[in-house]
Design a protein around this ligand. Structure first.
Ligand code: HXC
Length: 284
């Protein structure tokens, strides 16, 4: 009982210092998380990451929510890890897992997450966007991995060896945009525009600054209208392409495809097609 009460409270946003949460969409089936440290361009301090994780967990457990939108402010999605918090860390702090140990929670969320990016998405901010499943960008968004300019490199820490994370600025970026552009961004720290990011395949769509969040919510609503269990399988299968060989990936895809036939929603979806009506998925 207590847990349910706590989750409801958190989702309403009252418990958070660094983020704002809300439920959006006609059926309130989209969880919106807004990073909210505007004075420091949403620098990702430990407290913010802990709150982000709590909100993700609350939306993951909420049966009404089918997809999540993660956004920031107009000037910055996030300008990276909090440099002031990070600057005095020692190697021992990092290696022992006392630093960045909770940053990969997002990669274990089963529900689809859309990043709606305006302004700067730099360093850990760019990595956070890349951990989402879809990136929509406002037309003035800028993406970059400027860590080289402050004497470090892009990184994503995975606390658990079994976690699918462990790859960020040098890994996800390279897979998204190819070697030459990724290398140029990582070695020079130069930022790329939303237009270049779209051309390179880092983002799927660009919108005017003021509509990108609404467009992301609409996309999330569309995703949330399908079966949640089948959607989670589809997400798992696409993500496997980043973790597995082609042979392993197609094997997993086949198993997941077969598994859909064990669900009520596959029966409902195909019956609805045959009967020329809208499917009524029950997430079973
Ligand atoms: C802490 C930050 C910050 C950051 C900005 N601020 N980015 N604080 N950590 N990453 C703070 C500034 O100190 C300043 O606060 C305020 O935000 C506004 O920033 P300005 O620099 O005055 O704004 P502007 O001149 O418009 O320049 C914007 C900017 C610049 C180009 C984005 O702020 C910048 O270069 N930021 C750092 C970007 C970066 O290097 N990111 C990578 C971090 S390393 P005060 O109080 O001083 O006025 C990283 C590693 C990830 O992310 C590792 C794995 C997770």
């Amino acid at each position: 009982m207590h847990r349910c009460h706590t989750l409801k409270y958190e989702v309403q946003g009252a418990a958070f210092e660094y983020i704002i949460t809300a439920k959006k969409g006609k059926n309130s089936n989209v969880g919106l998380i807004q990073l909210n440290r505007p004075k420091v361009l949403n620098a990702l301090c430990n407290g913010l990451i802990m709150e982000l994780n709590q909100a993700l967990e609350a939306f993951e457990e909420d049966p009404a929510v089918g997809a999540i939108v993660l956004t920031g402010g107009e000037k910055a999605f996030a300008a990276g890890a909090d440099i002031k918090e990070m600057q005095s860390h020692t190697f021992q702090d990092c290696y022992s897992g006392r630093f960045l140990s909770h940053w990969d929670r997002l990669t274990r969320v089963k529900k689809p997450i859309i990043a709606a990016v305006n302004g700067y998405a730099l360093g850990g901010g760019c990595e956070l966007a890349m951990m989402c499943d879809i990136i929509y960008a406002g037309e003035k968004a800028q993406f970059g991995q400027p860590e080289i300019l402050i004497g470090t490199i892009p990184e994503w820490h995975a606390q658990q060896p079994s976690a699918p994370a462990g790859a960020g600025g040098t890994q996800r970026l390279t897979r998204a945009v190819g070697k030459s552009l990724a290398m140029e961004m990582v070695l020079t720290g130069d930022r790329i525009s939303a237009q270049d990011a779209k051309q390179a395949g880092l983002v799927s769509k660009i919108f005017p600054v003021e509509t990108v969040v609404e467009e992301a919510i609409q996309c999330a609503e569309k995703i949330a209208s399908s079966s949640k269990i089948i959607t989670a399988m589809a997400k798992e299968s696409v993500n496997a392409a980043f973790e597995m060989t082609l042979a392993e990936g197609v094997k997993l895809e086949k198993k997941l495809f077969y598994s859909t036939f064990a669900t009520d929603d596959q029966k409902e979806g195909m019956a609805a097609f045959v009967e020329k009506r809208k499917a009524n998925f029950k997430d079973q």
